[in-house]
Design a protein around this ligand. Structure first.
Ligand SMILES: N[C@@H](CCC[C@H](N)C(=O)O)C(=O)O
Length: 283
């Protein structure tokens, strides 16, 4: 089975080319591929499949040729992955499966159509505008942290750290607790503090994230979009640009009246072949 490995600000993915949807991709195989000791290692899997050839993409086949079939490292599905979409587009362009011709390239996802622009090393994707909901809380290391629920196609809880709590001191080796009545399908939890002013951005935020289905990652694109919407709300703005620093680098988020652009580097680093039978003998 052929694969390519890529990442966006350290949020890493195994890409599986499967244009005609013939791969028998199971949660077990995804988890085995993402295993960092016994497999290739990644935060998630991106199956590259024609929209018309996947049941979840077929409805958008008239608008996009390709469907991003995203899976978390534990073998669960997610509706959307912002960095995944940026790496997916890098793959389409670098392998010649798609040609960016000035206008944005459409890609089908479980959260609907996204559009992408490629400019050198930078890949930007336009997603839906984050929707802010009520407050909820996360509990981490005995600390109860208030946060804001945000829908970016997938669910997020953004918690601003109180004074005296260091972002770097958080122990994210275990999952934060959350209210299952608010997030019945689980949630990605972002922890944020304000950063120093950055040229060209209305706000600058530092973030760490514990992702549903993947644990702590070095970056989360949809998480950065959720964080940007909360940071703008907190300065009484509905739109604007936010620089979001994650452990793996920096992404830039521009929230407009009706959408949200996520920009940053996306790179392919390796390609090869993996034997699914060997992965199944993981003990
Ligand atoms: N890292 C991603 C988000 C991946 C999905 C998430 N773990 C979920 O279950 O919703 C991103 O860059 O957005």
């Amino acid at each position: 089975m052929e694969f390519t490995k890529g990442h966006g600000t350290g949020n890493d993915f195994v890409l599986l080319p499967d244009p005609d949807g013939q791969l028998d991709l199971t949660p077990e195989l995804v988890a085995a591929l993402c295993d960092r000791r016994r497999g290739i290692g990644a935060d998630g899997v991106l199956r590259v499949v024609r929209a018309a050839k996947h049941p979840d993409g077929a409805g958008l086949a008239g608008e996009a040729e390709w469907f991003m079939d995203y899976w978390n490292a534990d073998g669960s599905f997610a509706e959307m992955c912002g960095n995944g979409a940026r790496v997916f587009v890098r793959y389409l362009v670098d392998t010649g499966l798609a040609t960016p011709v000035g206008t944005a390239l459409p890609v089908a996802t479980r959260a609907g159509l996204v559009r992408a622009l490629v400019d050198g090393d930078t890949v930007s994707v336009e997603m839906r505008r984050p929707q802010l909901y009520d407050g909820s809380t996360a509990v981490l290391g005995g600390l109860t942290l208030p946060g804001t629920a945000v829908d970016v196609g997938n669910p997020h809880l953004v918690c601003v750290l109180p004074a005296g709590v260091e972002l770097s001191a958080l122990d994210l080796t275990t999952a934060p607790e959350f209210d299952p009545a608010v997030f019945p399908s689980g949630v990605n939890v972002e922890f944020i503090v304000a950063g120093e002013p950055v040229d060209g951005a209305d706000e600058h935020t530092l973030m760490r994230v514990y992702e549903r289905g993947s644990a702590e990652t070095l970056s989360c694109g949809t998480g950065a979009c959720a964080v940007a919407a909360v940071a703008l709300r907190d300065i009484a703005r509905e739109t604007g640009t936010v620089a979001v620093d994650v452990p793996g680098g920096r992404v830039t988020v521009t929230v407009t009246e009706d959408s949200c652009w996520l920009s940053g580097p996306a790179v392919l680093v390796a390609a090869g072949a993996v034997d699914p039978a060997a992965l199944s003998k993981r003990r």
